[in-house]
Design a protein around this ligand. Sequence first.
Ligand SMILES: Nc1ncnc2c1ncn2[C@@H]1O[C@H](COP(=O)(O)OS(=O)(=O)O)[C@@H](OP(=O)(O)O)[C@H]1O
Length: 204
Amino acid sequence: MPRTLDGQITMEKTPSYFVTREAPARISAMSKDTKLLVVVRDPVTRAVSDYTQTLSKRPDIPSFESLAFRNRSAGLVDRSWSAIQIGLYAEHLERWLRHFPARQMLFVSGERLVRDPAGELGRVQDFLGLKRIISDKHFYFNQTKGFPCLKKAEGSGRPHCLGKTKGRPHPEIDAQVLRQLRDFYRPFNRRFYQMTGHDFGWDG
Ligand SMILES: Nc1ncnc2c1ncn2[C@@H]1O[C@H](COP(=O)(O)OS(=O)(=O)O)[C@@H](OP(=O)(O)O)[C@H]1O
């Protein structure tokens, strides 16, 4: 990490930090004051998104259904599959809370980030102690992409959407499989809501 001068904020992001066992102790050893931002979305949709990403690189992988269960008819979910494991947010958060107080963590709702990017980024700016610079006027909804995009990207000044690998269509998954996964995640989600003090609405 580069040195951070007074008046500067250094940011670093990697999706795998939140689920990497060694990360909390290492980051705390580097700086106890680090503020932590975690974007979370419905773990069932997250698992399908994760599978979509792998499928785009290796089209020959087994079906989502066959990877998600040890025994589907018995409803036994395969927790060892990373696409499932990563969505056990309460378990990952437990490890972070051994090293960081809850007030240093902000959980951004992935769903709200799509619905209301400026609102969610307002929370982020407040959490980081920044003046609210980013607002509604920085975004527009791109009908083709189906997601919000920036009206003016930094540098080019032209509209900018995230790349092709963000916001891809997901393969259709059997509705019963999705229900089984919802049932599986429900207790973990409830625990996560209690720990963060926020109901993300994934079990509605
Ligand atoms: N504005 C905008 N444009 C496009 N995509 C958006 C946007 N906001 C959030 N998302 C959601 O971000 C998902 C991809 O982010 P990831 O967390 O998988 O990215 S990464 O892990 O950091 O590489 C991606 O997931 P998929 O829909 O499964 O592709 C999107 O749903």
